[in-house]
Design a protein around this ligand. Structure first.
Ligand code: FMN
Length: 474
């Protein structure tokens, strides 16, 4: 790259760990690379790369100053290996200006296929999947398709990237205020960003193919970061918030509103006379018609909630309270809460309630009114029903229950829990001869408006409608 210097440095999150046998390993998060027994000059090079950003020349001279008769080919071999395994950050500079740093997210991998063959820098724009955001280290450019994050040190580059749809690299190169080295560096910098998948040809290039076009940018980023393998970021049950925030209790504290007690199910009797598992699975259907002449009763609603979602106990793991309900929950988080929106149930005045799984009662949260009507109407439309569902269960997550413990995958886990709860609701509805139907979406803002609950703390993640079964439905 003419006019550009490349400085290498060990990633800031890398830990170099020598073992008793004299071998060295390097780790980030849960991933490690075995480097074997390093020669003295390789150890010196690793030390230099851990302490400072160095170009080829300054690295070799630092090694020479520490080791008599250094074996420089072995140093180069180490650097090649570290680079291939994603342990080295690479900073590009032009003259005295630091332009950007490529920070590996994991082992280096080929750029997204099909590779944009030697793109013309004058014809590039940001990828639809690229996200530019602020981080503790400054501005960071990320993409689910890239195996590096880019720390952008130079504000001029941020401006250039943002304006690429209308400006070409040549325009930028011809402009005045930047020093000549900066202008000369621009095409090479854009080429490097294109090789990592951050820039694509102006017409969208390979991103027009269905395998890319099918993804909304936020969904692809969510998929890439909420699964292991594509990054070395902290992941899984790290309990990162310990000491920062208190864990939430397993059972949501009561709202303090008027209460409707619910009858419990007789589990002993159900064990002997209930539908078989095979019947419940094979006879299950999504049923969207309710018999409003003989609606659900408080007893049926109580039995349903008791069988699906009551709290069976709370225990602790020394860090956090753990729940126990009829459906499974990763880490026993049980962050899901059920808010029955009652339109027509014998023995329950209409309104938006919270189901207290500990006391097995409904607690009124919001009386009937425009906000509740809006939620009910949305559920009716989503379920393609001609009249309001007798009950819509608005399922929320108390995000802090999972997020307190899990890094990067908490929200993905919550969505899995919604699916688990849906299946239990379907099965119990079938066994009880009721009409149940899951819904694929709902309005979390409308729920926040109806309840006053802060959206970031607890909001809806699923909906399920339930009613008495209409004559003629299977
Ligand atoms: C996650 C999920 C989301 C769904 N979303 C809706 C929906 O928004 N509206 C609706 O009428 N049915 C919805 N359904 C029901 C499906 O349409 C139904 O399961 C599918 O048509 C198959 O019919 P069956 O359930 O009778 O086997 C959903 C089901 C699931 C599991």
């Amino acid at each position: 790259m003419t006019g550009i210097r490349e400085l290498l440095r060990l990633r800031p999150d890398a830990r170099v760990v020598p073992d008793a046998s004299g071998a060295t390993r390097v780790y980030a998060g849960q991933r490690g690379t075995f480097l074997g027994a390093l020669t003295p000059c390789q150890s010196a090079a690793l030390e230099v790369l851990g302490a400072q950003a160095a170009d080829d020349e300054s690295l070799l001279s630092a090694v020479r100053s520490r080791v008599a008769e250094p074996d420089l080919p072995r140093v180069r071999e180490l650097v090649r290996g570290l680079r291939a395994q994603g342990w080295l950050s690479s900073t590009l500079t032009a003259g005295r200006t630091r332009l950007l740093t490529f920070r590996p997210l994991g082992p280096a991998a080929p750029p997204p296929a099909p590779s944009p063959a030697a793109p013309d820098p004058a014809d590039l724009r940001l990828s639809r999947f690229a996200v530019l955001r602020a981080d503790t280290s400054g501005m960071v450019l990320e993409s689910p398709l890239a195996h590096v994050a880019v720390e952008i040190h130079d504000a001029g580059l941020v401006g250039l990237l943002a304006s690429l749809p209308v400006r070409t690299a040549r325009d930028a190169g011809a402009e005045r205020p930047h020093p000549v080295e900066w202008r000369e560096a621009v095409p090479a910098v854009l080429g490097a960003l294109a090789r990592q998948g951050f820039l694509v040809p102006r017409d969208g290039g390979h991103e027009r193919a269905f395998r890319y076009a099918q993804w909304a940018p936020h969904e692809m980023l969510f998929h890439s970061r909420s699964r292991d393998g594509r990054h070395d970021a902290p992941f899984g049950g790290t309990r990162w918030a310990e000491g920062i925030a208190d864990p939430l209790p397993a059972v949501r504290p009561p709202f303090g509103g008027p209460v409707v007690p619910l009858p419990a199910a007789d589990l002993g009797e159900l064990r002997s006379r209930d539908m078989t598992l095979t019947e419940a699975l094979e006879d299950r259907r999504s049923l969207r018609r309710h018999d409003d002449a003989a609606p659900l009763t408080v007893a049926r609603l109580g039995e349903f909630l008791y069988r699906c979602a009551r709290n069976r106990g709370v225990r602790g793991d020394g860090k956090q309270e753990l729940g126990d309900r009829p459906y499974p929950s990763g880490g026993r988080s049980h962050e899901l809460e059920i808010y029955p929106l009652v339109e027509r149930v014998d023995g329950v005045p209409s309104g938006l309630y919270h189901y207290d799984p500990e006391r097995h009662v409904l607690e009124l949260v919001t009386p009937p009114g425009p906000a509740v009507r809006r939620l009910s109407e949305m559920a009716r439309l989503t379920a393609l029903m001609s009249s309001p569902p007798q009950v819509t269960f608005l399922v929320t997550a108390r995000f802090g229950r999972v997020m307190w413990k899990y890094s990067a995958m908490g929200y993905a886990m919550t969505l899995k829990h919604v699916g688990v709860l849906y299946q239990v609701m379907y099965s119990v509805a079938t066994a009880m001869g009721l009409a149940g139907c899951a819904l694929g979406s709902g309005d979390s803002d409308a729920f926040a408006a109806a309840t006053g609950l802060p959206w970031e703390t607890e909001s809806t993640v699923g909906e399920f409608v339930l009613g008495s079964r209409a004559a003629g439905d299977p």
